[in-house]
Design a protein around this ligand. Structure first.
Ligand SMILES: CC(C)(COP(=O)(O)OP(=O)(O)OC[C@H]1O[C@@H](n2cnc3c(N)ncnc32)[C@H](O)[C@@H]1OP(=O)(O)O)[C@@H](O)C(=O)NCCC(=O)NCCS
Length: 232
């Protein structure tokens, strides 16, 4: 596709310099090691096939969240989304979940979405915690605005972190915005933010070699688990 670079100067948002998120490894309840690391614009095509199957899963609002994540990743890849970051979880290279977010200003973070592809291991909870860690500890922000699109999300973020209800709207539209402040983050850190650094070299090499994506059938099976037949 030919891109008119003259016009692109007006269409592409400026990119803010953002400090990197240092990778970490989390040992899950099963003993599996999940590498949690930042990915970049060029990684988006490898990630999209893991999100696409969720578009057809209404259960737990995977369709709503998945289609928004898909659009956000694509917009970022095509230079249509400003100051975004994305962190993924991988077990043996396999993509098991992701979070995305953005910097609205140096002080304020906007939490976008959290998507767990492997379920029942708090993978989504760990990745959300990594996203908050990045906003507060590495990007040095004062506050992150968060909204929920699903009952599980509401339990995981608003209740588990005791988030503070705010006036106004979150930029995703939808339900009310809640805030995680620096103080609340450091209060919750010992309970909710897990992981060790640095990631052992052999684990990091496997993660970086390839972002592996399960087949569409496996992804649907992993998300719906044993309840699948009853639901479809
Ligand atoms: C919200 C989300 C990220 C949380 O991920 P998570 O922390 O890994 O948690 P899970 O989804 O695996 O589990 C949530 C609950 O459902 C249960 N559960 C586990 N496997 C499940 C399955 N196959 N189907 C349904 N529920 C399942 C878990 O036991 C857990 O119960 P608990 O809250 O009492 O611990 C994830 O549910 C998700 O991606 N949902 C769809 C998108 C979404 O809602 N994102 C957040 C928007 S605010």
């Amino acid at each position: 596709m030919r891109i008119d670079m003259e016009l692109e100067r007006y269409l592409r948002p400026p990119d803010r310099e953002m400090p990197p998120y240092p990778a970490k490894v989390i040992t899950l309840a099963t003993g599996s090691k999940m590498v949690v690391r930042q990915v970049f614009r060029e990684d988006v095509p490898a990630i999209l096939p893991a999100v696409r199957p969720t578009l057809d899963i209404p259960r737990d609002y995977y369709d709503v969240v998945g289609s928004r994540v898909y659009a956000e990743l694509l917009a970022w890849y095509r230079y249509r989304y400003r100051d975004v970051f994305c962190i993924i979880g991988q077990i043996d290279g396999l993509l098991v979940g992701l979070v995305n977010s953005r910097m609205f200003s140096p002080q304020l973070g906007i939490s976008l979405h959290t998507l767990a592809i492997e379920r029942g291991l708090r993978i989504g909870a760990h990745l959300f915690a990594a996203k908050m860690e990045h906003h507060i500890e590495y990007l040095g922000q004062e506050e992150v605005l968060i909204t929920a699109e699903s009952p599980i999300g509401f339990r995981r973020w608003m209740i588990e972190y005791g988030l503070e209800l705010r006036e106004g709207q979150h930029e995703l539209g939808g339900a009310a915005p809640y805030a995680l402040t620096r103080e609340m983050y450091f209060d919750a850190k010992h309970r909710l933010v897990a992981g060790e650094r640095p990631v052992p070299q052999e684990l990091m090499e496997v993660a970086q070699r390839e972002i592996r994506v399960a087949s569409e059938t496996d992804i649907i099976e992993k998300i719906l688990g044993a309840r699948r037949r009853e639901i479809l």
